[in-house]
Design a protein around this ligand. Sequence first.
Ligand code: PLP
Length: 392
Amino acid sequence: MPKVNTHFQDLSKTYIFSTIEQKLEHLKKDASHDLPILNLGIGDVAKPLAPSIASVISQAAFEMSKEAGMRGYGPSSGYPFLKQAIVASRYSHLGISPEEIFISDGINSDILNLLDLFSLHNTIAIPNPSYPAYKDACVINGRLPHLTYLPCSAETDFLPYPPQQACDLIFLCSPHNPTGVAFTRSALSLWVEYAKKHDAIILYDSAYTAFVTSHDVPLSIFEIEGAHEVAIECCSFSKSAGFTGLRCAYAVVPRTLRAPVSLHALWSRRQAIKFNGVAYPIQMGALATLMSPGKEETWRQVQDYGTCASLLRSGLLHLGFTCFGGMDSPYIWWKTPDQLSSWEFFDLLLEKGGILSIPGEGFGEYGKGYVRLSAFTSQEIVKETLSRLASL
Ligand code: PLP
């Protein structure tokens, strides 16, 4: 008999999304509930793929049906055309070269696979609340005893701040999921200083950067002096271009990272062993999002989600609620009224208003007393949500 990885037993027993599914199923069977559900829970994109990008992807697939255009395995770190275009559009002024870009199928894979580079004895800091995969991936690696949680509460303006003690690895996400708040340059500089002081590496999740509008919020951690020595940045086309179902992302792994051996070389090796690259048509599609007309089409989609976020935020504030985020992010972090727990408020919104949110504690202990709303929806749904809330 094989011995299995027993660390799976250390994962939380209740999976929040299956509990939500069950509640939805139950509601559908309830004949007295006839309100259509307004889904503001989902963190997936809602708009169809931009037409010019769909057309580039299908042309690239067609090209492969010709003798001259046939392609087999591509480079595991991605085609140079995409790496060069990423550097030209985002990093040329930040001293990053195409060789430091590694194309992948998602931040989800990258940020968790990057753990392969680091010994199991490293201490790891994780924001709380945060994207649940950071903690779960550490847990199944057997890293649970080495985790430290960084509170993201009202006292810390819903972002993690450097702790007193030293940590070797730090997961950071800005704009942060689920609180919807982003680091300013000065707040992020504190983290870079911390990492330099403690010889730590920051695993920086940049999934929602396309939503940043504030001038004092950096679009890349590499805008911060010294970050090239201590940070790996993970970016994705998922939310910026509606690629959640297509899968294309990239990790920026500088050659200058401070570590006993080159982390750039290790990541290159690791990817060559375990990853056979992203499909050529998908990489062509990703390229099309960086050039006209795909760039404008996807930009308009992000703008639309951004408008939904600000309508939601201002509507909730107008109704007298307390909420955060939603300015540089598609997420609104809504404080539950009347001391209700996250689940009580979630149930109330769903049963009385037909509004689907996500209970904050699904993202960690410090999410208690909040629910997350997502602006990956349409303005009609936002208006309907606000009108239902007004009449509740
Ligand atoms: N990181 C965060 C913070 C997310 O919220 C998500 C998806 O919701 C991801 C990563 C996954 O990104 P990708 O689709 O690139 O794997």
